[in-house]
Design a protein around this ligand. Structure first.
Ligand code: IMO
Ligand code: MG
Length: 426
């Protein structure tokens, strides 16, 4: 490794989450010394196929199954000790040495049981206008972070941690009085404290020093994003977003690395679109084609099991995400799901109030009619394709169009969940 040139490469979802970040991080992980999650929490569900099994990772970085990688949970993440412990126990059963491979930043904020209760109560109060949150307590935990009330992982080492926990719980009880919501404030409290004891057995580090030391030693880092650009707190379809910075700058915030240390930005997108939860989805399909995408693409939430909304690829949104993130390489997922389609559509513009737009409108509630460009389907099985020469012409046309529109090369094509079902194009 060149000592001067260690960079933080970043993997990001460019759509509404569930693009396939878990698989890609796992595939790329053998090129890196450290894999670091920088934002989000157990709302994420990153699926990985390993040892003939399928795993869904929520808080553990997706480099966990690679020998010799270190995995950092960065300070920008919100961590639920209960979920973390469950996840680690499952992974440990496979003989993976979790304590050797995982470091946790002391600045990572904790999700408490009452955060989850607040999430549920506020969603229930919103009724029809609910966000469709995963109910993992993400929003309330980030609210406490920015409101300067939060508990951080480093706090669990303090002798008065229990008292601090009680104080926060009491604030939550007071806050919950505004809702007409029945709950038990001690739900999961005992299990949570036991999980905190478990957390203490891990290597808790100053994440920003940990990462910058690695870079100084010439060791490469891959930053693993959760959710997607269209769910970003600032640039997503507010208020139907998550509560963290899912775009590239989130890697700087969540890990404590300077913008100049960012190297490659891998932008992952599906060859079509999905969204889970509420909010605008201009290319959403409500017909048999939408159902085919859902069924063939196994589009059911990895975290909540909810059926995902499905639709055509949205080039307006994709170009927006490429712009926001400075994507240097695109990674296309799941084109094989459309193997049997005669026609494939891509939205290349929006009609809003009778006028054509090429950008994402400010108004989250705007009525959008997509302008579609049609492509001939490739109508053959792509799943066995292992190199460029196995790809049919119609599929290559689809790829070239996306590359031309975005101005970014598609360097990786994934055609199945397995590590082997991946084509590298460079
Ligand atoms: P990965 O990392 C897809 C969505 C929720 C909801 C909104 C807010 O697997 O791609 P939150 O629980 O964050 O307050 O929910 O964001 N959402 C996701 N959708 N993939 C995810 O993660 C998501 N994480 C949150 O469905 O609409
Ligand atoms: Mg997911």
């Amino acid at each position: 490794m060149n000592k001067d040139k260690a960079k933080v490469d970043v993997v990001l979802g460019l759509q509404w989450g569930d693009e396939g970040k878990g698989k890609i991080v796992d595939v790329l992980a053998d090129r890196y010394n450290t894999i670091a999650r920088f934002q989000g929490g157990p709302n994420a569900g990153h699926s990985i196929h390993w040892a003939g099994r399928s795993f869904v990772l929520h808080s553990v970085p997706s480099g966990i199954f690679r020998d010799g990688t270190e995995n950092l949970i960065g300070g920008g993440v919100v961590l639920d000790p209960i979920i973390f412990r469950k996840e680690c126990s499952e992974i440990e059963k496979l003989g993976v040495p979790v304590r050797e491979r995982i470091r946790i930043s002391m600045k990572t904020h904790l999700i408490t049981p009452t955060h989850r209760i607040i999430d549920a109560a506020s969603e229930a109060a919103k009724g029809k206008s609910k966000i469709g949150s995963t109910l993992k307590g993400i929003g309330p935990a980030y609210m406490d972070k920015t409101g300067r009330n939060g508990l951080r992982v480093g706090d669990i080492l303090a002798p008065d941690f229990q008292a601090r926990y009680e104080a926060l719980k009491n604030k939550h009880i007071a806050f919950l009085k505004q809702f007409d919501y029945t709950y038990d404030p001690d739900t999961d409290a005992k299990e949570w404290m036991e999980a905190v004891d478990y957390l203490r057995t891990f290597d808790l580090v100053d994440g920003e020093y940990f990462i910058n030391r690695k870079l100084a030693e010439g060791e490469s880092v891959l930053a693993e994003g959760a959710q997607g650009s269209m769910l970003d707190i600032d640039f997503g379809s507010y208020p139907f977003v998550t509560s963290s910075t899912t775009t590239c700058s989130g890697a700087c915030l969540g890990l404590g690395v300077a913008p100049g240390t960012i190297g490659n930005v891998y932008g992952i997108f599906k060859a079509y679109c999905t969204r889970v939860g509420s909010g605008p989805f201009p290319t959403e399909l409500f017909d048999a084609t939408g159902e085919e995408l859902r069924v063939h693409g196994h589009e059911f939430g990895a975290t909540t099991g909810r059926p995902r909304r499905t639709g055509w690829l949205d080039m307006v949104a994709l170009k927006y995400a490429v712009m926001l993130n400075g994507v240097t390489e695109l990674i296309m997922m799941k084109a094989d799901v459309m193997n049997t389609f005669d026609t494939i559509k891509v939205a290349v513009g929006y009609i809003v109030d009778g006028k054509r737009h090429d950008s994402v409108p400010y108004d989250t509630y705007a009525e959008i009619t997509p302008v579609y460009k049609e492509f001939k389907g490739w109508n053959c099985d792509l799943t066995g394709a292992r190199s460029e020469k196995d790809l049919p012409a119609a599929f290559k046309d689809y790829i070239s169009f996306i590359e031309q529109e975005t101005g970014v090369p598609i360097t990786v094509i994934s055609l199945g969940p397995d590590r082997a079902e991946t084509i590298f194009r460079k």
